[in-house]
Unconditional design. Structure first.
Length: 255
């Protein structure tokens, strides 16, 4: 809670540009925030952002729906409010309802409604064409940041693909981590990626990376708890102390 409260304190000093963009998004009816999320943010209740590409592109129906609802319930069981994020008829939604999540999950079986995968580059197109879409890590971070959500939980992180030194196949998730001040808790880069190069990219982008576990805990590889790739800052779960909070908060302040 110390980390979350520190980040919320920093939120009181958003950049003028960020604040004006957020107001413009909402006033132009491009972004909708559920009443529950508005109330939680107003009351300083912990809110956890959740992506939606796992619903639209990760799992098949009905497993995608079952998974999405189970994750939301897990967040609630641990004392926070889940904010599933996605696009519905061209409008960004933060805090999708059960009905909206169901609609998104079922649409994966309908060629006429098939959802679009929405990263940073896709947002203007999806808004203008009024499309249905599942947000990637990058897309989710952007919308979460617009409304003041500081923490985002997800599964596997996109990263540097094997052979990227030839084809430059690098996920937009990585550049977003270096430009959008949202803390992302994940199970590490997807195991099919070049995890060592992914860590090098994040270092270059100025992204703080730490692991939970005993001393020497390496970066996980999505399905694998240990990818064999070390991380600079190794902090056991019980050592989420003021020093780590200060380091992460500084990054958020100067992003």
């Amino acid at each position: 809670m110390t980390l979350i409260n520190s980040l919320r304190a920093l939120r009181r000093f958003p950049s003028v540009t960020s604040a004006s963009v957020s107001k413009r998004f909402i006033s132009n009816n491009l972004l909708s925030v559920s009443d529950e999320i508005k109330q939680a943010l107003n009351d300083n209740t912990p809110v956890v952002a959740l992506e939606s590409t796992v619903i639209t592109h990760g799992l098949k129906y009905p497993e995608n729906l079952e998974f999405a609802l189970a994750v939301e319930q897990t967040v609630r069981d641990n004392g926070a409010i889940p904010a599933t994020i996605g696009f519905f008829e061209g409008k960004g939604v933060v805090g999708a309802s059960k009905e909206q999540i169901t609609y998104l999950a079922e649409a994966t079986n309908d060629p006429e409604r098939k959802p679009t995968k929405v990263s940073r580059r896709d947002i203007p197109y999806v808004l203008s064409k009024k499309l249905l879409g599942g947000t990637t890590i990058a897309g989710t971070m952007i919308l979460a940041n617009k409304v003041g959500i500081d923490v985002f939980a997800t599964g596997g992180l996109g990263g540097v693909h094997r052979g990227a030194e030839i084809n430059f196949d690098i996920s937009a998730d990585l550049s977003e981590l270096g430009r959008t001040p949202v803390g992302v808790v994940c199970s590490g880069p997807k195991s099919i990626l070049d995890i060592a190069k992914t860590m090098e990219y994040l270092e270059t982008a100025g992204v703080h990376v730490s692991t939970y576990g005993p001393k020497g805990t390496n970066i996980p590889g999505f399905f694998a708890p240990d990818s064999g790739v070390p991380v600079c800052f190794k902090r056991p779960f019980y050592q989420l102390d003021p020093l780590l909070t200060f380091i992460v908060s500084l990054q958020f302040l100067f992003s």
